[in-house]
Each structure stands twice: as C-alpha cells, then as structure tokens.
Design a binder for this molecule. Structure first.
Ligand code: HEM
Length: 309
C-alpha cells in the first residue's frame, strides 16, 4: 500500500530550481515525484499509458483523502494540468511537443539573464528555427482552453508539463515538474538557439552560455531519439540515439542511412568529451534516463520568473 509520505519532498530536493522556496515542493507533479521508477517501462502501448493514468488517478484520490487541504488542492491543480495534456497528447505528437520545450527554454542567455522558459515561444512561431512548431502550439491550445476553464495555467508551465508527459508517453523517464512559471508578454531575443550546422565546440559554447555542461548538452540531445531524424523507433524514447551515433550510419554511401541525424548530432561523435558521454549513455540507459531527467528539470527551470504564493 502506498503511504502518503509526500514524495513531493523527494522531488523538491531533486529539482535544482533557481528559487527553491517552500512553495516549490507543493507544486511538483505527483506521479513523477512519487512513482518514479515504479511505472517506468519501455512498453509502448497507448493502452498501458491510459491504464497508468487510471491507476495514478485512483492513487491520487487515495492520497487526497489523507493529506491536509492545502496539499490536496495543489495536487488537484497538478492533476488538472496533466489530465488536460493527456487528453490531447499522442505518440505522434510527442516529438513536436518536446522540441517546443527546448525552443521556449533554449533562448536563455546567462550573461544578459534574458530568455528562458517563459512561454514566449507563442510570439516566436514565425522564426525560421521554429518552423513546424505552430502545430504543437495548436495541440496545446486545446488543452489550455480545457485547463483554463478549471484553473488558469501559464504557457510556460503547460509546455514544461507537456514535454515531461511526452517523454513518459514514449517510454522515457518520469520527470517531476515544479509549477508556478510566469509568462512573458513579449518575444525573447532572436538568434539564441543553436543552429544545426554548428560544430561540437560551438555547440558546447552555446550550451555553456545558457549554463549547461557538456554532459547536460549530450544528455538533452538524446531527445532526438524521438522524431524523424532516424534514430530508431520515432515514438520510443530510449538510448538508441547514442548507439546509432556510434555506428555513424551517415558515412555509408547511399540509402536511407546516409540521411540519419542532423549535422549537429554527427558533430558530437567527433568531439572526445562528447564521445565519452555518448559511449556512457549508449551502454547504460538507466544512467541516460537519470541524467536526461535532471537536465530536463534544469532546462524547464531556466530563466524562470516564479509566481509568488
Ligand atoms: C544540440 C542542439 C540542437 C540542435 C542544433 C537541434 C536542432 C533540431 C532540428 C534542426 C530539428 C529538426 C526539425 C525538423 O524536423 O524540421 C530538431 C528536431 C528535434 N529536436 Fe532538436 N536540436 C537540438 C537540441 C535539442 C534539445 C536539447 C531538445 C529537447 C530537449 C530537442 C528536441 C528535438 C525533438 C524532439 C525533435 C524532433 C521533432 C519532430 O520530429 O517533430 N532538440 N532539432
């Protein structure tokens, strides 16, 4: 029997939030914080995802019966957002949603302390680097309408939660997401996202300018395991990105394998420091999931203005 020991505390400790005030731990997504590991699986049936949601909702009601009112209402807030996202999410949409997270948060610049996870992506959809992302925003608009009719959610929170749900739906790790991000009402500065033509040195410099290490950059790049760049099953979040990078299929002449990966993906294997992490993650999916989870939490907390409660 699951005791309401508030695993949110565990999640709060694990979450490297820029302003870790007390309210933060009350706003963690319960399934991710509490059930991490228990439901982690590589099964890719949508039925099992739905069953998991049902089990989680049932467990949530059990928790709500045992916790103080303040915590109960916050858990409820979290589950409203999750349910709204789940009602619009599918494996086919997961990659676009996860990419949306990077394109919202990835504008962060450590020097000027500008950009970051602030929902400004909705004003930036006509930029060339965001081509194709309006589809993902439309998907989330539907969820937002549903959620807003019960309680208001910021775009930044919605995108952060949706990305974590997308990873989980595709068999990746469960990721606790703190809530309370405020939205920007203006677009972020242009030219902050890495271009796909960059070499490893330039990619590392770009991620450093956002406060991310090489290890975090390589772990986050594993997001390309889903989507259409040819790294295994496009709907399965796993470490195939790394094992395929090591094979360098693009060096074979002709055929589809020469199309695999972006220039920026291929550049990573040519760099000794990145290569070390690629080998580590290719050989250890659990380590990849753990490092991806932590880097994702950092990404969605980057540059955030938190609601004061
Ligand atoms: C390392 C620097 C990165 C570069 C240069 C880069 C660039 C790109 C490009 C050019 C695409 C193809 C878009 C298209 O199909 O039109 C793409 C796809 C994608 N990117 Fe990245 N990306 C980077 C890092 C990341 C990170 C950190 C994440 C998330 C944590 C991410 C998530 C995704 C996903 C999920 C897709 C697949 C989208 C789909 O198939 O719909 N990327 N990326």
């Amino acid at each position: 029997m699951w005791a309401p020991t508030f695993c949110t505390v565990t999640g709060a400790v694990a979450s490297p939030s820029p302003r870790s005030d007390v309210s933060s731990k009350r706003r963690l997504l319960p399934h991710a914080a509490c059930f991490s590991g228990r439901f982690r699986s590589n099964d890719d049936s949508y039925l099992s995802y739905e069953r998991r949601s049902l089990v989680l909702s049932t467990m949530l009601s059990l928790v709500l019966a045992h916790v103080p009112i303040a915590n109960a209402s916050e858990l409820n807030e979290v589950s409203v957002i999750q349910n709204g996202v789940r009602s619009v999410l599918s494996k086919a949409k997961a990659a676009g949603i996860l990419r949306l997270v990077f394109h919202d948060a990835g504008t962060f610049d450590l020097n000027s302390k500008s950009g970051g996870m602030n929902g400004s992506i909705i004003y930036e959809l006509d930029r060339p680097e965001n081509a194709g992302l309006s589809k993902s925003v439309k998907v989330l608009e539907k969820a937002k309408r549903e959620i807003d009719s019960i309680q208001e959610v910021s775009w930044a929170d919605l995108i952060a939660v949706a990305g974590a749900e997308a990873v989980s739906l595709c068999g990746g790790p469960t990721i606790p997401v703190r809530l309370g991000r405020l939205d920007s009402s203006t677009p972020d500065a242009e030219g902050k996202l890495p271009e796909e033509t960059l070499d490893a040195i330039a990619l590392k410099r770009c991620f450093q300018s956002k406060g991310f290490s090489t290890q975090e950059m390589v772990a986050l790049s594993g997001a390309h395991s889903i989507g259409n760049k040819g790294f295994g099953n496009p709907f399965q979040f796993d470490n195939s990105y790394y094992s395929i990078l090591l094979e360098k299929p693009w060096t074979s002449s002709g055929g589809m394998s020469s199309m695999i990966g972006l220039p920026s993906d291929r550049a990573l294997v040519e760099d000794d420091e990145c290569l070390r992490w690629i080998k580590t993650y290719a050989g250890d999916q659990i380590k990849f999931f753990e490092d991806f989870k932590n880097a994702y939490i950092k990404l969605v907390n980057t540059g955030v203005s938190w609601e004061v409660s």
